[in-house]
Design a binder for this molecule. Structure first.
Ligand code: AMP
Length: 415
C-alpha cells in the first residue's frame, strides 16, 4: 500500500516518526528539522479525516524511564507544527484507552518507546559473554513481539516514516508490521523520498561519482568505504581519519586523533583503491591547533608532519583546493562526515570548501546527496541546505542503504 492511495478517513493510523530532536538544558528544541520532515505524512492523514497516533524514540534511555528524554517535552512543539491539539499518553505500552477514545482529526503522542527495553529488543543487564545471554535474548525477543502487538492494537493501519531508524529491527520500526496485512501498512512520504534519493545514487549513477567521507574515525565508516570502492570514481577521505592514514604511511601526526589499531586497515584501503582504479584523495596539509578548542593557536602544516603538541583539526588550503577540484567535476556526489572540527568556527574552512564545491557542482547539474547528522549540521550552518539535491535525515540508515543492505524497516513493509 502507498500513503497516497490509502483511505485514512475514519481510520486510526499509528505512525513511527523520528522525533529524536536535540534539546537544550531547559528541554527546548534546538533543531526541529526532524519534526518538519514528518509533517507531510502527519498532515495528510489528518486532512484525509484519519486519527493520528504518533510514536518515536528520543535519546538512549536504555529501557528505563528518564524524564530528560520524555517526549512530553516536545508535545507543544508538535502541536504547533501540526496546527492541531496533541494529547499525550505517558506510557506507550498502556495507551489502549487513550487510543480507543481518539476521534477523526485528533492526535495522540505516545511517550518515548525506548523507555521499554522491548523496543530495541536487546536484553539488559547481561553481558554478551554470559552463558545465559542467548536465553535472555530469546526471552527479550518474545517480549518484543508482545510489545509490538500492543502498539499495533491501537490502530487500523501502520505508517513508517522514520528513516533514521529504518536500519534497526526494533518493535516500532519493523516487528509491528507483522501485525498488519499488506493493505494496511505503508511507508510515509519522508521514507519514500529517502528511498528515491538512495535509488538515484545507486541505480542512476552519472559519472564521475565522487564520495566524500569524513568524521572522526575510519572504524565506524569502514563498511561503507569498502563498499563505495566498487562504485565511485573518486573517494575523498577527510576529517579525523586523515591522521590514521598519515601515520600508517609513516607520517608524524603530533596529538592528532588516530586509531592505532587501524593502521593496517588504512594501508589496505590505499592498496584496494589502487587495485580498483579509484582515485583516493587524502588531505596533504591541515590546519593544526595547539589545543582542542576554538581559541587554540593555529598553523598550517603538512598532514604528515605535525609538530609535537599540535593536532590536525581541519583541512589546509592545498587540501581544500584539491577536494574542491574533484567535487566540482563530479556528476554524482555523496557527502557524509565533516572535514574538520566544524563545531568550532575557526576550524570550519575545510567543511565549508566541500559544501561550496557541492553547491557549485549541483548548480551545474550534478546530483548531490548529503547525509549523516554532522554533514547535515554543516549544510545548515553554512545556509546551503536548499542548494544541494537532497539532504537525508538518515545517518547509519543512509550508509547501510547505500552499502546495498536491505533495511529492516523498509523490508517489513515492502516484503
Ligand atoms: P563522526 O561521528 O565519526 O561522523 O564524526 C563527526 C565528528 O568528527 C565531528 O564532531 C567533528 O568535530 C569530528 N572531527 C572531524 N575532524 C576532526 C579532527 N581532525 N579531529 C577530531 N575530530 C574531528
Amino acid at each position: 500500500m502507498t500513503i497516497e492511495d490509502y483511505k485514512f478517513a475514519g481510520k486510526k493510523a499509528i505512525v513511527r516518526v523520528d522525533f529524536n530532536v536535540p534539546l537544550d538544558e531547559n528541554g527546548k528544541i534546538t533543531d526541529d528539522t526532524r519534526i518538519r520532515g514528518a509533517l507531510p505524512t502527519l498532515k495528510k492523514i489528518l486532512a484525509d479525516g484519519g486519527a493520528l497516533i504518533i510514536m518515536s524514540h528520543m535519546g538512549k534511555p536504555k529501557g528505563k524511564v528518564n524524564p530528560k528524554m520524555s517526549l512530553g517535552q516536545i508535545k507543544d512543539a508538535v502541536a504547533a507544527a501540526l496546527g492541531a491539539d496533541v494529547k499525550f499518553a505517558p506510557d506507550c505500552a498502556k495507551a489502549a484507552d487513550e487510543a480507543a477514545a481518539l476521534k477523526s482529526g485528533e492526535v495522540l503522542l505516545l511517550e518515548n518507546l525506548r523507555f521499554y527495553p522491548e523496543e530495541e529488543g536487546k536484553p539488559v543487564g547481561i553481558d554478551k559473554a554470559d552463558p545465559a545471554y542467548d536465553e535472555a535474548k530469546k526471552e527479550m525477543k518474545a517480549r518484543q513481539k508482545e510489545f509490538a502487538k500492543t502498539l499495533a492494537s491501537y490502530a487500523d493501519c501502520y505508517v513508517n516514516d522514520a528513516f533514521g531508524t529504518a536500519h534497526r529491527k526494533h518493535a516500532s520500526t519493523a516487528v509491528i508490521a507483522d501485525y498488519f496485512d499488506a493493505d494496511n501498512k505503508m511507508l510515509g512520504y519522508l521514507m519514500e523520498k529517502e528511498v528515491t534519493a538512495v535509488d538515484n545514487i545507486l541505480s542512476n549513477i552519472k559519472r564521475p561519482f565522487t564520495a566524500i567521507m569524513g568524521g572522526s574515525k575510519v572504524s565506524t565508516k569502514i563498511g561503507i568505504i569498502e563498499n563505495l570502492m566498487d562504485k565511485v570514481d573518486n573517494l575523498i577521505l577527510c576529517g579525523g581519519m586523515t591522521y590514521t592514514f598519515a601515520k600508517a604511511q609513516g607520517g608524524k601526526i603530533g596529538l592528532s586523533i588516530c586509531e592505532d589499531d587501524k593502521l593496517d586497515l588504512a594501508l589496505d584501503i590505499i592498496k584496494k583503491a589502487k587495485e580498483k582504479g579509484v582515485n583516493l584523495v587524502l588531505g596533504t596539509d591541515c590546519v593544526a591547533g595547539d589545543a582542542f578548542s576554538n581559541d587554540a593557536n593555529r598553523q598550517i602544516c603538512p598532514s604528515n608532519d605535525i609538530p609535537d603538541g599540535w593536532e590536525g583539526m581541519d583541512a589546509g588550503p592545498e587540501t581544500r583546493k584539491a577536494f574542491a577540484d574533484v567535487i566540482k567535476s563530479a556528476k554524482t556526489i555523496l557527502w557524509n562526515g565533516p572535514a574538520g572540527v566544524f563545531e568550532f568556527d575557526n576550524f570550519t574552512d575545510g567543511s565549508r570548501a566541500i559544501a561550496d564545491a557541492i553547491v557549485e557542482a549541483t548548480a551545474n547539474g550534478a546530483f548531490s546527496l548529503v547525509g549523516g547528522g554532522d554533514s547535515v549540521a554543516c549544510v545548515n550552518k553554512f545556509g546551503v541546505a536548499d542548494k544541494v539535491s537532497y539532504v537525508s535525515t538518515g545517518g547509519g540508515a543512509l550508509l547501510e542503504a547505500i552499502e546495498g543492505k536491505v533495511l529492516p524497516g523498509i523490508a517489513a513493509i515492502k516484503g
